[in-house]
Structure formats: structure tokens, C-alpha cells
Design a protein around this ligand. Structure first.
Ligand SMILES: CC(C)(COP(=O)(O)OP(=O)(O)OC[C@H]1O[C@@H](n2cnc3c(N)ncnc32)[C@H](O)[C@@H]1OP(=O)(O)O)[C@@H](O)C(=O)NCCC(=O)NCCS
Length: 201
């Protein structure tokens, strides 16, 4: 590892970098939340005990500058924080949530299907100027280390089928595609995902 790389736990004041990197990894969020996207992400990020909280985010830095991030958590965290996450969405969006409620339910049913002892990689992104120098790999290795520390048995993630760069990274790290599925965001926009798994021994 290059000595100038470092990893650190996110803090509530890292909201702007979190939002930017999150949307690099999941641009479809803008289509769902439209003008409220940044507000939703900011509010959830600063709040503890939800699936978008700073508590689950790790940043990679180069010479003190944020270069990339990973958002990941265990199946148990998902089980405990899922309802509160929905509640926070509602608190931020109010009745605007009704417009996207069905899509959110569908996404929730199709993404993040975890079994006991799974560890979920929710989002990974590196700013374009810092790509290709090992930061994505470093962040994934950190998540794997965290997963092993708590006794997780598998790493699980979903990636868009068209994202060949991320697929190549995950394959190199030992992930295999176990399922392909499509999810509908709107009348004319569907996303094609691969579910990938890496057993941890
Ligand atoms: C995917 C992403 C996180 C990779 O981050 P990165 O720091 O550039 O990756 P690394 O430098 O650690 O490279 C690791 C592996 O990724 C693959 N990779 C990286 N850049 C690549 C490129 N331009 N072309 C093909 N493969 C590439 C390679 O397999 C590489 O392994 P190698 O170095 O042994 O060749 C980054 O491209 C990114 O942020 N993309 C946009 C967001 C995204 O797609 N996130 C994943 C959503 S599931």
C-alpha cells in the first residue's frame, strides 16, 4: 500500500463528500428523489442508527484529501436499522414519499437480500481523479476485514451488469455472480443488476 493512503471512519461533517460519492455509485437515486436527493442523503448521513449513517461509512484519503468511500454493514445492522431508515425517509420527505413508496418497497425487496451472517457492501465509489491506483481495492479489503472481525460468513453486493470496471474489481477480489435480476425504477427505466457473493473462510 502506498504510504500516503489512509483510511478513516466518516464523521457527521463529511456529508458533502458522502453525497457526492454516494451519487457516483448510485446515480439512480436522483431519479427517485429528484430535487430532494441531497437533502435526503444529508439528513440520513448525520443521523445515527440508519442504513445511510456516517457510522457505516469509511473514507480513503490521499494526503488528507478524501478520495473514495465505502458504505457497508452486517445483516444484523440491516435488520435493526431498516425500519428506522424508512422512518427517517418519511421524516425528511413527508407525503412526497407516497410518490416513490412503491418503488422503494420494490427496491428493498430486490436489493440487499441478506442471510444471517452476511455482510453487505452497499456503496463503493472513488473520485475519478483518484481511480486506477488501488483505492477501490483498499476499501473493499477494509470492509472484508471488518466483516471477518465480526464473524460474517459471506460478503454480498449488487452491481449493475453494465458496470464492467466494478465487476472486474469484484471478480479479482474473489466475488462470483450468483444471480441476475432486473428492477423497475419508472415506466421507462429499468436497472439490470448482478448479485455477487464472496464466501469468507
Ligand atoms: C469501481 C471503482 C470503485 C474502482 O475504484 P478504483 O480505485 O479505480 O479501483 P482500483 O484502482 O483499486 O482497481 C481495482 C481493479 O478494478 C478494475 N479496474 C479499475 N480501473 C479499471 C479500468 N479503467 N478498466 C478496467 N478495469 C479497471 C481492475 O480489475 C483493477 O484491478 P487491477 O488494478 O489489478 O487491474 C471506481 O471505478 C468507481 O468509483 N466507479 C464509479 C462508482 C462505481 O461504479 N461503484 C461501484 C458500484 S457497485
Amino acid at each position: 500500500m502506498d504510504p500516503s493512503f489512509s483510511l478513516r471512519q466518516a464523521q457527521p461533517e463529511d456529508g458533502p463528500d458522502f453525497s457526492e460519492l454516494f451519487l457516483i455509485s448510485a446515480p439512480f437515486f436522483v431519479e427517485l428523489f429528484k430535487d430532494d436527493t441531497k437533502r435526503v442523503l444529508k439528513n440520513l448521513f448525520v443521523s445515527p442508527r440508519n442504513l445511510f449513517s456516517f457510522q457505516h461509512v469509511c473514507f480513503a484519503e490521499i494526503d488528507g484529501q478524501i478520495a473514495g468511500m465505502i458504505l457497508s454493514y452486517s445483516w444484523e445492522t440491516h435488520r435493526k436499522e431498516y425500519l428506522r431508515t424508512g422512518h427517517l425517509f418519511f421524516r425528511v420527505l413527508g407525503f412526497k414519499m407516497l410518490r416513490i413508496f412503491r418503488v422503494l418497497l420494490r427496491l428493498n425487496a430486490e436489493l440487499c437480500k441478506l442471510a444471517e451472517s452476511d455482510y453487505y457492501i452497499s456503496n463503493l465509489a472513488v473520485y475519478p481523479r483518484f481511480r486506477g491506483i488501488g483505492i477501490g481495492r483498499l476499501l473493499m479489503e477494509k470492509a472484508e476485514e471488518d466483516a471477518k472481525k465480526i464473524g460474517s460468513r459471506r460478503l454480498v453486493l449488487e452491481v449493475e451488469e453494465s458496470n464492467t470496471i466494478a465487476l472486474s474489481l469484484y471478480r479479482k477480489l474473489g466475488f462470483e455472480v450468483v444471480e441476475k435480476f432486473q428492477t423497475k425504477l419508472s415506466k421507462d427505466h429499468s436497472l439490470n443488476f448482478c448479485r455477487m457473493i464472496k464466501p469468507l473462510v
